[in-house]
Design a protein around this ligand. Sequence first.
Ligand code: ADP
Length: 328
Amino acid sequence: MEKKKVTKIGVLTSGGDSPGMNAAVRAVVRTGIYHGLEVYGIKRGYAGMVENDIERMDSKSVANIIQRGGTILKTARCLEFKEPAGRQKAYDNLRKLKIDGLVIIGGDGSFKGAQKFSEEFDIPCIGLPGTIDKDIAGSDVTIGFDTAVNTAVEAIDKIRDTMDAHDRLFIVEVMGRDAGYIALHSGIATGAENIMIPENETDVEALIDSLNEKEKRKKLVNLIVVAEGDKFGGAEEIAKVIRKRIPTADTRVCILGHIQRGGSPSCSDRLIASHMGYYAVESLMVGRHNVMVGVINNKIHYTPLEKAVKQKQKIGQEWMKIVKILAS
Ligand code: ADP
């Protein structure tokens, strides 16, 4: 590990926002200040790096944010950073301020950007997994997942009340373009009859068979939780098929959407964000570079950014079997 003393670090939140990003920013800023570093907040993700929208932060600038959703640094998707010229501009801006270490809080897209940047320039980058989707390898937990999944559970519980009152079939779509963790966890926790995730092929015939079989048994209340990235096309597409094939079912759709990104972070998300934020700065201090800080089996774990973006967490098929048995 090459050791180079850092003195000025930048922190940014990038890509999709997730509850707990503020707690991570707070931890990075205060740990940095504790170690005598100058800490800079980079606004709107990589856009702030490219456009030089960078501000010095002090302890007070992160006061009273640990409980707030969203991100005080704002976030953005920045196309310019995908081009070498954009990254060069970003580097020049960081050099002007003599920033010699970066903490990037974001998802796999943000880590791809960080990895490219760190291959081209000599500024060490540390990634913190800030994503509600939990779609990154190298960590059992990601900042925001716990809050998002609990928001989904709370909403689905409410839907279940009205669904039960009317003997309806509800298809609830939750977030997760590439990863089905929100669907899997919220579906199991709300007693869903079927869960559809991008990791598995959606077997519509098996779904229709199981609904027909349940109808015969007069089990009319059925909950299907589907991830937005489901390969069949999401809740509306599944509803179309069910309405056609089982016209007697009173089929409704609810797409939960962005409420899953907002809200006050759960205790668990605040803890992991604080823990990871602290270790991000420690990592820069000891000369680590281009790694993501994760937690595996309750221990801090470092994964090269390259690996974190290439691999996905795997969903154990055993869970799908459990879903079927418990919902029968
Ligand atoms: P997330 O981090 O939530 O997955 P995105 O995929 O939108 O979000 O990525 C966030 C930002 O990271 C992009 O707007 C872009 O600036 C940068 N980025 C993503 N992919 C790349 C890439 N292949 N090369 C350079 N920068 C990238």
